[in-house]
Ligand binder design. Structure first.
Ligand code: NAD
Ligand code: AKB
Length: 317
């Protein structure tokens, strides 16, 4: 076995919106040679610097176990999932990947004693959580995706308490990033709008202009992830999912902010089914426990987030 203090990390679902960014941050922090990226898809991001990539379906527990053992993995960032909008289109697949996939990871974590990061979501909340969701607000989601996320949080608490697995999670708000397009969620409009604006195209936003949701720039989410995984376990009272303090803005407020940079940009608001999912979620999340237990603080506000997104996308296009 290698040095037990040296992190040997497997990232599942690594080609997604969060994975691409987390891979870069983990590689810089722990060394490119210690990060194994995996996803069900074949590797198609030539611009991403990855030393080892494995095509891996998290439902294939034998292959997952082989990858863990052969690479002496002692930490997994388990990002493979189906998000809210796609989950509602294919509930069985959403349940299988989000719940059974996590169960595979947890069973192997119990056996091989590696640490796990498993993201939760603001989708754990339903209409009864109120506009400002607290850590201990009720968890009665009305989307199947939300139900899988509550189940994942309960499984995390169970495997921690009963089997001593060191698993940690964050209830990410809608994440705004520019490197890859988001993967079929409800908050995707807050990313897609930037691509259209920078390309000088009109955008048909699929939620109405008053829709207000908890949001965050990706750098704040990646930093939260690394900070949580660095926190001493004895300081943590939660295994399933920490609320973070979030930004909170409407689709119209986002549009207005983008117009400060690109005044000719035009956005139409044409709600579809995803409006229902958005309406079932809170406007904002309160992050008391993440701040008190591991010192988390937000850095980006709406203005700095828009500036970063627009400058980054302008360089790319
Ligand atoms: P994404 O859809 O962009 O990426 C998920 C990745 O999982 C994809 O690359 C997909 O190919 C892969 N995948 C799907 N099925 C798989 C399987 N069977 N085996 C292996 N890989 C598989 O999602 P994301 O935005 O990167 O989200 C990652 C995690 O963060 C998810 O658990 C999601 O619920 C959570 N989350 C994301 C957000 C957000 O705004 N992006 C917000 C809250 C929570
Ligand atoms: C989605 O919209 O499904 C995700 C999430 C908030 O979990 N971005």
């Amino acid at each position: 076995m290698g040095d037990p203090l040296q992190r040997r990390i497997l990232v599942t679902g690594a080609l997604g919106q969060i994975g691409i960014e987390l891979l870069e941050a983990l590689s810089e922090k722990f060394g490119y040679e210690n990060i194994i990226a995996s996803d069900i898809r074949s590797f198609d991001h030539l611009e991403i610097n990855v030393q080892k990539y494995v095509e891996l379906d998290v439902l294939d527990i034998e292959k997952l176990e082989r990858v863990i053992v052969e690479n002496e993995i002692n930490e997994i960032y388990h990002l493979a999932a189906i998000l809210s909008a796609n989950g509602e289109k294919n509930p069985q697949l959403c349940w299988k990947i989000n719940v059974n996939g996590l169960l595979n990871v947890l069973e192997l974590a119990k056996k091989y004693k590696f640490r796990v990061f498993s993201p939760s979501s603001i989708a754990v909340f339903g209409p009864d959580a109120g506009k400002l969701a607290l850590q201990k607000s009720p968890l009665n989601p009305s989307t199947l995706y939300g139900i899988t996320k509550v189940t994942g949080e309960l499984m995390a608490e169970y495997y921690h308490t009963i089997h001593g697995v060191d698993i940690r999670g964050i209830r990410y708000p809608g994440l705004i990033s520019w490197k890859v397009l988001p993967g079929g969620g409800t908050t995707d409009y807050a990313v897609n709008i930037f691509h259209k604006a920078v390309n000088h195209e009109e955008y048909d936003c699929f939620v109405n202009e008053d829709t207000r949701l908890p949001m965050m720039y990706i750098d704040d989410a990646i930093r939260a992830t690394l900070e949580l995984m660095d926190a001493p376990r004895e300081k943590l009272s939660i295994s399933g999912g920490y609320n973070l303090p979030s930004l909170s803005f409407t689709a119209k407020e986002l549009y207005d902010e983008i117009k400060k940079f690109i005044p000719s940009f035009k956005c139409n608001f044409i709600p579809d089914r995803r409006q229902e999912f958005a309406d079932s979620w809170p406007d904002e999340t309160e992050g008391k426990y993440s701040t008190e237990e591991w010192g988390y603080e937000l850095e980006y506000d709406l203005g700095s987030l828009c500036e970063k997104m627009i400058n980054s996308l302008m360089k790319r296009y």
